[in-house]
Design a protein around this ligand. Sequence first.
Ligand code: NAP
Length: 476
Amino acid sequence: MKQHLWINGKDVEAKEYRDLFSPYSKKKIKSIAQANEKDVKNAIESARHAAQTMADMPAYKRANILEKVAEFLTEEKEECAKLIATEAAKPLKAARGEVERTIMTYLFAAQEARRLTGETIPMDAAPGGENRVAYTVKEPLGVIGAITPFNFPMNLVAHKVGPAIAAGNTVVLKPASQTPLSALKIAKLFHKAGLPAGALNVVTGSGKTVGDVLLTDENIRMITFTGSPEVGISLRERAGLKRVTLELGSNSAVIVDSEVELHKIVPRIVAGAFAFQGQVCISVQRIYVHEALFTQFVELFIAETKKLVIGNPLDESTDISAMISEGDVKRAKSWIESAVKNGAQLACGGVDEAGILQPTVLLQVPNTEKLSCEEIFAPVVHINSFSHFEEAIAAVNESKYGLQAGIFTTNIERAFKGAKALHVGGVMINDFSTFRVDHMPYGGVKMSGFGREGIKYAIEEMTELKLISFKLNDPV
Ligand code: NAP
């Protein structure tokens, strides 16, 4: 069956279609429209046309539309979770979690639509500013180009479409080629919720083809991108005066200080390392454990890892399934082999069975290995020991990335010290780096990107601040 483009509130046929296969079963799911340059231009034109309608729409109506999308998603929760599980091979348990979060993201967007405020400016604080009343308003930018990755095909779309619509913008969305169906599903729910035609368009197809048009078309006022650093950086370099936000990758770390109760934290760190096969931007990839607890931590960690159920993403009990592509399995295995060759110890996993890479734990990996210093984006984690807390902080910071990090400690001095010293976008004390709720400010430093998401913060990026100053008659 063919899945068309979604432009101007309608299914639009494309010239070319490409088959989409399940990463797990390798069976064909659907034929997906491949937008060409003209299709993308049409989508941008529809969005440009709808921009005034959206900018004029009162806040309560924008909020109502977002609330209705959340309501429809709630009614179709299970169907949506199965869609994510099918196209991304995300285990159903995790896919259900993603749908729940997507609902929250749209509800937060609805709330933010209602409280989009500016401020009054005390103009008379400066000589010459007397006798004026001034205030700011946040105006929508217009048409936003949104490019999203495969790993959270509903919630990361929500983190772009939610704030964009809340602020009165229109959107041309390019979802990842492996996960177009979740994005198209959302577009249809917006349509059913009463979003004007053209306010949200979905153009599926090649990242380069669609991306190049979004970058070069002058009607696109902003590019909001979530994905790999390589693509993000090239977009930024070519974006000229367009606003750009980049949510990129990481090799997130957690520190386990001495004296923490391991049985409480190990299951959580295992979940943070292996959820969705480690294909999460804030997955735990590096663990630094105080030497006093190292042996015990490793034993518990491996025992907990071995409990993970491997299999079909649509099975209720599955924790780990297929990675997004066979090429990524090969890449991860070659990084594992290199680490072992250069002195790391393989504690479990390291092999693939029926195309599924087993959850893999390595010990004492040199920081020069790709498995440590690059983003592996696979069910692979390494555990290294440290003697002094400062040493662990330095190891976490010795990375080109900086998205989130976690510190487990009972020592308040060290907690504050670590919070200050870690060069990342978010520090989780007594939690894993993988922690995120959808209204918190979220984003990275260094090669993890710039700009923040988390509805309210994304809206800052998606609006233009305008000052309005009234000069009053001189007082008599
Ligand atoms: P990706 O390969 O960079 O793809 C992301 C999106 O960019 C896809 O829609 C892709 O389309 C598109 N794209 C590819 N080439 C393009 C080009 N030349 N111009 C414009 N767009 C282009 O990333 P991914 O593999 O889907 O996702 C994994 C990465 O995303 C990881 O690095 C992960 O850490 C990062 N991520 C970051 C966050 C965060 O919030 N910081 C969250 C999730 C994921 P095609 O699919 O058609 O190639």
